[in-house]
Design a protein around this ligand. Sequence first.
Ligand code: ZN
Length: 171
Amino acid sequence: MAILPIIETPDPRLRVKSKPVEQVDDALRRFMDDMLETMYDAPGIGLAAIQVGEPIRVLVIDLQENDQKQPRYFVNPEIIWASEELSSYAEGCLSVPDVYGDVERPARIRVRYLDYNGEQREEELDDLLATCLQHEMDHLEGILFIDHLSKLKRDMLLRKLEKNRRQRGAA
Ligand code: ZN
């Protein structure tokens, strides 16, 4: 397995719309293993393929609750139902590092996807898993969590991000 470089905003690749995967094969499984290792190393709880520069509809998630590794793989995910009820969560992103903003999204969703073995699955998700999946699915459309914030809040976070980068560069 390998740790892949994570691209950060304003890299234009983060704005690309990712393409569906045609086949879940060994090469894709190896790539998903690398994505997972990259996510654990970062560390983060979710990663979309485009964040390591691959414009394909693949994402990995592991909330690592109770210190247990529970990797989940979603290939070609589709939201087929979303609750009217919303929930708000202070989201962050490995491609928009070290800044956070509250985003409101449907509290529960039903998702259809292919798993690690290429089997089609359908599942209802709630809480952090629902939030995380919607955040990662946004990446497949070239959308970042900061796009959901007011311009004022977004500009504030981007200024903070630049300041952090300057400080890191100076250190
Ligand atoms: Zn993200």
